[in-house]
Design a protein around this ligand. Structure first.
Ligand code: EPZ
Length: 419
């Protein structure tokens, strides 16, 4: 398994370009199953999770062509309305195929996603919502067997708690259901809005995406379309924090500043200078240790849970004590013990991490546990004294496109050690 060797004492300068959003590309690719016509998606990031989703589409019988980030999918015939265990076990977001397969074919056999480092992450809310649209769902041999022999019908859905892919799954099932569907307590993430924009281009009738109440009028069929995926707000936020922790001066480009409000507010309070240079770029400068500033993760537009680990890394070198509260996932502090190996002073009490800032971190051998925790370790390693080694780099390869190439171009010293 590859590992990163990271030189400490880096200072990032120059430009960090942001790629298309992995968490928008995944539902967009699944949405291609809803029509027999050709769909072209641009700005698809070249990362492992995307390749997994493309493999899943091919498995169902769709044709998939990926030309360096422009992906064309044509699902003109679905042979296997199924997301098999071999694929789902490597990427739980494969459950996004359930809604479109049910909507298109009236059936879906989807492996139950296994556990995950950051929490149990069940998809019970997806299933109960699809049942509200007339699906019958059995759980047998590790699979959800969903059928809708008479097709899906519109219904009223109220999510017990906000779920991003749950909202996306149900939207994709509802667009071909008979009648009106109302989704209450819907996720408001930009990726949900981006999916609604694509579905609308395909002929769907959707109102309210990006608000807690989404209304969908079912249509008989959907058509081909072309769509460019939004910028990855989590990659952009990771880059802002990378510039700040290394006390650098960086222009983060090809991003969408309006998606980063919660993070920018906290970073400014902590002492970073952040200016909107244009509609698609943010300049960040930080010439000092940050002040300790508390965060609590919330659903969008609150502070993104996917930026919690990276922000905690920054707080490990802050002046003072900060409280980092994780409200979305029950086990998303795995990075804390790895940061402690680098000298960080963090105490976990339930959903709260108490971070006492230190002047310096020291390089160490550490291990990534998930995509964002690994990114947090990269940020800490860049600012530590001495070299660090980060194991299980494959976590980062799942969701960050050319990460070491981009960071090295801005002054980092990251070497991929192939083992
Ligand atoms: C999406 O995951 C993202 N993944 C995650 O990003 C992100 O962390 C998460 O939303 C929260 O923003 C994709 O979009 C592919 P949820 P998702 O359903 O949809 C519980 C990354 O690093 N829940 O909004 O799986 C769940 O356990 C990844 O890119 C149920 O209990 O998250 C969690 O505690 C990590 N039952 C909470 O709700 C359900 O049926 C929010 O989960 C569904 C969810």
């Amino acid at each position: 398994m590859d590992k990163f060797r990271i030189r400490g004492g880096a200072r990032l300068e120059g430009e960090l370009p942001v790629s298309g959003a992995k968490n928008s590309a995944l539902p967009a690719l699944a949405a291609c199953l809803l029509t027999e016509e050709k769909v072209t998606l641009r700005r698809i990031p070249q990362v492992r999770d995307i390749r997994t989703m493309e493999k899943l589409l091919s498995y169902t019988g769709a044709s998939v062509e990926d030309e360096a980030g422009t992906v064309t999918v044509q699902a003109d015939g679905i042979q296997n309305a199924e997301a098999p265990y071999e694929i789902v076990k490597t990427m739980r977001a494969s459950s996004l195929a359930m809604g479109p397969l049910l909507g298109r074919c009236g059936r879906a056999r989807v492996s139950m996603p296994g556990g995950c480092a950051i929490g149990a992450r069940p998809i019970n809310l997806h299933v109960s919502a699809l049942e509200q649209l007339g699906a019958q769902v059995e759980q047998t041999h590790g699979y959800f067997e969903a059928t809708a022999p008479n097709g899906l019908r519109g219904g009223e859905i109220h999510f017990d708690r906000i779920t991003v892919t749950g909202t996306e799954d149900v939207m994709m099932a509802a667009v071909l259901a008979r009648g009106e569907t109302i989704i209450r307590n819907a996720a408001r993430e930009p990726e949900v809005m981006d999916l609604a924009a694509l579905l609308t281009k395909m002929g769907a009738r959707i109102e309210g995406a990006g608000t807690p109440i989404v209304t969908i009028q079912g249509v008989d069929r959907l058509f081909g379309a072309e769509h460019t995926i939004i910028a990855d707000r989590i990659e952009a936020g990771t880059f802002l924090l990378a510039a700040a922790i290394t006390r650098g001066d960086v222009l983060v480009t090809a991003c969408m500043p309006e998606h980063l409000g919660a993070l920018v507010v906290k970073m400014r309070l902590a002492g970073a200078e952040i200016a909107e240079e244009s509609a698609t770029s943010l300049r960040v400068r930080c010439s000092r240790r940050p002040r300790a500033v508390d965060i609590a993760t919330e659903e969008y537009p609150g502070f993104a849970t996917d930026l919690q680990a990276q922000y905690m890394a920054w707080m490990t070198v802050a002046e003072g004590i900060s409280f980092v509260t994780e409200t979305i996932f029950e086990n998303r502090f795995m990075h804390a013990s790895e940061l402690a190996r680098m000298g960080a002073n963090i105490r976990i009490e339930g959903r709260q991490a108490i971070v006492a800032g230190e002047r310096h971190l020291t390089g160490a051998q550490v291990m990534g546990s998930d995509l964002r925790a690994s990114a947090a370790l990269v940020l800490a390693a860049m600012v530590a004294e001495g070299d660090s080694y980060i194991d299980r780099v494959y976590h980062m390869d799942r969701g960050y496109e050319r990460l070491e190439e981009k960071l090295n171009a801005a002054g980092a010293g990251i070497e991929r050690v192939v083992e």
